[in-house]
Design a binder for this molecule. Structure first.
Ligand code: FAD
Ligand code: NA7
Length: 497
């Protein structure tokens, strides 16, 4: 390595951002070490190399969403002539799903370790924190402590779920426990209305469980609220998920102990903002209480004060400039811990890779955080790119924003007679030749649909560009090529056949 350091680069955190940066840095010929250590959850859950996405995020979540979709497909199949016995009473085996998904996750953990070996990244399964300039100490599972130095540092320690300070919180689980839970969660109360809360509630209900969501205020804060409400309506009306709106939990009591292979039973007391502040029992009992009330950046235990890295003491987020640099010139940060960045795996991967190339390959390209697409994998998927309608109006003024929209019922829903109206809209700015600044769709396969349009949005496509693109018939995605009705017109947004 350059100078008197042990390594050119120390990466703290072996998740989406850290692994990407470490691999790219060794490709540039540098000597690199990556620390990854998972502190167990209060329940004792822990996992292997790869971070949140692989172990307790995107991957197991999407696979459980797939398990849920298959359940619905089994039911639809009969309308298309399949005779699959008494499918209406098809039951789901949680244990089998979890075992197979966890086998796959373990294969990914193994692959990450194999890639590190092949590429020459040194992997340390140890918890790292700063002891002084350019120097960390690291502690492994056996509590052995060592120190190491490097020229540069990349922090990519990610976030972990928040817990609540209420009596009985110790009985709750989070998404960190759910995906490897050894038994079915049973009757479940999901607390929170973030995308994590709604996705988990969605697949649990579709797998046949009794599910209630406790919502403090609105669904999907930060997302387009018209779309959020539509997703909620589908979950409530079509999936039959119960919503307790305006509630927060205040107390959880154990009614019955968990037994091997079976969850316990807990009574939840909640406070309803509409009930004059009186505490009320929200339901008799739940087997599982899943907290999904937000996530906290893992920065508090890095001893950042020892190296002068500024971070928000309350939220834990680190402020970085456009080059991913912290307030200390040789320390950088990527991924979920960076203030104001979309908390998504592909964003962390791209930021880590570009940062390594700027540090070690003389490149200049910055990570572009504009028009990042995302999808919420609720039973009815919601995909979006760019601005919500609210943010577009805040940014450009309502006089300059035109929204084109369309309801549609997917062709594949017609034969089994699902009559829920899916919905898509394009948020355009009139003074920019109707540039599309927001694209939103709630419908089947929204994730797959949304990805492709990202290229168009990156190229500043206008409504005319969408109109002159030819659709693929019969698909849901073609809705974006035929949108003729504006919200302002007040005309029906129902698609014509
Ligand atoms: P992480 O992947 O969290 O990795 C950080 C790693 O650092 C962890 O392994 C951690 O244990 C380790 N670590 C922390 N501190 C230390 C230390 N001091 N020393 C050593 N190691 C340390 N994103 C999507 O794009 N699509 C999705 O569908 C999606 N679904 C999600 C579903 C859920 C339930 C959750 C929770 C997240 C989801 N995400 C999704 C978000 C995505 O997982 C994160 O944005 C991404 O993992 C962030 O990567 P990261 O590198 O910042 O951190
Ligand atoms: P968010 O987006 O931080 O949302 C947290 C959710 O949990 C939200 O619905 C909150 O309701 C709710 N919440 C928070 N505290 C409580 C308490 N004490 N009681 C009840 N409900 C509560 O969630 P994530 O961290 O999962 O999302 C991470 C990022 O991914 C986020 O930046 C998104 O942009 C994408 P509220 O709306 O505040 O009333």
């Amino acid at each position: 390595p350059d100078g008197d350091y042990d390594y050119d680069l120390i990466v703290i955190g072996g998740g989406s951002g850290g692994i990407s940066a470490a691999k790219e840095a060794v490709s540039c010929g540098k000597k690199v070490v990556c620390f990854d250590f998972v502190k167990p959850t209060p329940l004792g859950t822990t996992w292997g190399l790869g971070g949140t996405c692989v172990n307790v995020g995107c991957i197991p979540k999407k696979l459980m969403h797939q398990a849920a979709l298959l359940g619905h497909s089994i039911k639809d199949a009969t309308s298309f002539g399949w005779d699959i016995g008494n499918c209406q009473s098809a039951t789901h085996k949680w244990e089998k799903m979890v075992a197979n998904i966890q086998d796959y996750v373990k294969s990914l953990n193994f692959n990450f370790r194999a890639q590190f070996i092949k590429k020459g990244v040194k992997y340390e399964n140890a918890y790292a924190s700063f002891v002084g300039p350019h120097r960390v100490k690291y502690v492994n599972r056996r509590s052995e402590e060592k120190e190491m130095t490097a020229r540069y540092f990349i922090l990519a320690t990610g976030c972990r779920p928040k817990y609540m300070d209420i009596p009985g919180c110790e009985y709750c689980i989070t998404s960190d426990d759910l995906f490897s839970l050894p038994h079915s969660p049973g009757k479940t109360l999901v607390v929170g209305a973030s995308y994590v809360a709604l996705e988990c509630a969605g697949f649990l209900k579709s797998l046949g469980l009794d599910v209630t969501i406790m919502v403090r205020s609105i669904l999907l804060r930060g997302f387009d609220q018209q779309m959020a409400d539509l997703i909620g309506k589908y979950m409530e009306d079509v999936c039959d998920i119960k919503f307790l709106r305006g509630f927060i939990p205040t107390k959880i009591e154990k009614v019955k102990d968990a037994e091997p292979g079976k969850p316990g039973t807990y009574r939840v007391t909640g406070l309803n903002s509409k009930d004059n502040g009186d505490e009320i029992q929200v339901d008799d009992e739940y087997n599982t209480i899943l907290l999904a009330i937000g996530r906290v950046p893992c920065t508090a235990d890095l001893n950042l004060n020892a190296v002068g890295v500024n971070f928000d003491k309350k939220s834990g987020y680190i402020k970085c400039n456009e080059r991913e640099c912290t307030s200390t010139p040789y320390i950088f940060a990527v991924g979920d811990i960076v203030d104001g960045r979309p908390e998504l795996t592909p964003v962390a991967i791209r930021a880590g890779k570009l940062l390594a190339r700027r540090l070690f390959a003389g490149e200049m390209t910055l990570c572009d955080y504009i028009n990042v697409p995302t999808t919420v994998f609720t039973p009815l998927e919601y995909g979006c790119i760019g601005l919500s309608e609210e943010t577009a109006i805040e940014t450009y003024g309502s006089h300059d924003v035109e929204v084109f929209h369309s309801n549609f019922v997917p062709l594949e829903w017609q034969v089994p007679h699902h009559d829920f109206q899916c919905y898509a809209k394009l948020v355009c700015v009139k003074s920019l030749k109707k540039r599309v600044v927001g694209l939103h769709i709630a419908g089947p396969n929204a994730g797959e649909i949304t990805q492709g349009w990202t290229v168009a949005m990156k190229m500043f496509a206008t409504k005319d560009d969408f109109d002159s693109s030819i659709g693929i018939h019969p698909t849901c995605a073609e809705v974006f090529t035929t949108m003729a009705v504006t919200k302002d017109s007040g005309d029906s947004a129902e698609a014509e056949g």
